[in-house]
Design a binder for this molecule. Structure first.
Ligand code: CA
Length: 414
């Protein structure tokens, strides 16, 4: 039977931040790292709420993945609620990466850009995909891993706990073996040192304690620009006699995650109320953020309606487009595009709510996604209402929702 043999956790403010907005929870067999952000003390509060909810313990019912996801969604609701009711916490959010060892399987739940890694046979594999803008661009082949690692906008995340009433939680299960070392960490580690350096620290040190100390030290040496949190734990077989920590010597290898690590952990999405469900719950005031958005000079403002699926195969333009996308989204601020909605029509001419910004850029980069397809063809919208409805005005989710509901009920006559 597999169990957690040894756990080490470290969190460090780093060299440039005044406070530490990371929180962690390490009570085998459950482990959590949360990296908060927003407001004067919002980040600290958000990440603490997230781990406090884990302190209550996992619910009894459900698969390990479901039991983790239930708590992650509960944390999201609580952070969202408090950000709406306490002015100084407005806009707070947090990442969250949680792991739960159960019956030889490691269940992981993940939102944001904290990460889970597995060190097995001296090979380091990343188990999570960042919900970040640059990772999205890497997945689409617009940036290389190396470019992403250096990118000035790499800290912009596209998913977090707090900003919206519901959150999509990626969960999956990974089989573990005796001797495996797992690491959860915040981006204050991975934005400072590379994966080969992380692998080196894990492989070349005599134990987890030394490895954790070395990781914190090296991230600080590299600048320590952010809070650094590391949770390490090792799996052993309790049936085995005289279990010793495997001597961690040898040449560190950073593995491209095996295809299984890319595809099977490929997030079996168990988010509740995900895309397509139009709730009026999130009435964030996003107009202020929208006000700072300037259409990119070379961007395409889609015609009367964006045509999701349109592709421009111009690799040369990709770099320029990427810069524009990142500059645009950077100016709009943290998570802004996840909070912006506009109304248009889809390729079939159906009135649709899109999430994001109403632009197609060259090289197939789209700044929006379909959020909700209504039951109403655009041709049924009264002509005098069409300009106001389809002007791609950026709206809050609740504003877009109520407009579409009115439209679906035939109440948009005037
Ligand atoms: Ca951070």
């Amino acid at each position: 039977m597999l169990r957690v043999a040894e756990t080490i956790e470290r969190t460090d403010t780093g060299r440039q931040r005044r406070g530490n907005e990371d929180s962690l929870f390490a009570r085998p067999p459950v482990f959590v790292v949360a990296d908060g952000m927003g407001g004067a003390r919002g980040g600290e509060v958000a990440s603490r709420i997230a781990v406090e909810i884990f302190e209550q313990g996992l619910p009894d019912a459900g698969t390990p993945e479901e039991r983790l996801a239930v708590l992650v969604r509960e944390a999201n609701r609580e952070i969202h609620r408090r950000s709406r009711t306490e002015k100084e916490l407005d806009g707070m959010g947090t990442t969250l990466t949680a792991a739960f060892l159960d019956d030889g399987q490691l269940a992981i739940a993940h939102v944001g850009d904290s990460r889970a890694y597995l060190l097995r046979d001296r090979v380091l594999q990343r188990l999570t995909q960042d919900h970040s803008l640059v990772d999205e661009l890497v997945r689409r082949g617009k940036l290389t891993e190396e470019q992403a690692a250096e990118h000035p906008q790499r800290s912009i995340i596209t998913r977090a706990l707090g900003p919206e009433a519901n959150v999509e939680v990626d969960t999956w299960t990974y089989p573990v073996r005796p001797g495996d070392v797992l690491m959860l960490c915040s981006d204050g580690l991975t934005s400072m040192i590379g994966e080969d350096q992380i692998a080196g620290a894990l492989v070349e040190t005599p134990g987890l304690r030394e490895a954790a100390d070395r990781l914190i030290h090296e991230a600080n040496d590299a600048g320590g620009r952010d809070n650094i949190t590391v949770v390490l734990f090792r799996i052993e077989d309790v049936g085995a006699e005289g279990v010793e920590q495997p001597t961690m010597v040898g040449v560190p290898v950073v593995g491209a995650p095996p295809s299984s690590a890319r595809t099977s952990p490929a997030p079996s999405l168990s988010g509740q109320g995900g895309h397509g469900e139009l709730t009026g719950g999130s009435a964030r005031a996003v107009e202020a953020a929208a006000g700072s958005i300037t259409p990119p000079a070379t961007g395409r403002r889609p015609g009367p309606a964006p045509r999701p699926g349109r592709r421009f195969a111009k690799p040369v333009a990709a770099v320029a487009a990427t810069v524009i996308v990142l500059a645009l989204i950077g100016s709009a601020g943290y998570l802004a595009t996840r909070q912006l909605y506009f109304i248009g029509t889809d390729a079939q001419g159906i009135v649709t709510v899109f999430r994001g910004l109403p632009y197609d850029l060259p090289a197939g980069i789209r700044l929006y996604e379909t959020f909700y397809v209504s039951g109403v063809p655009a041709s049924l919208v009264p002509a005098d209402r069409q300009p106001a409805l389809f002007n791609h005005h950026l709206r809050s989710q609740s504003d877009a929702s109520s407009l579409i509901r009115a439209l679906e009920r035939g109440q948009l006559a005037r």
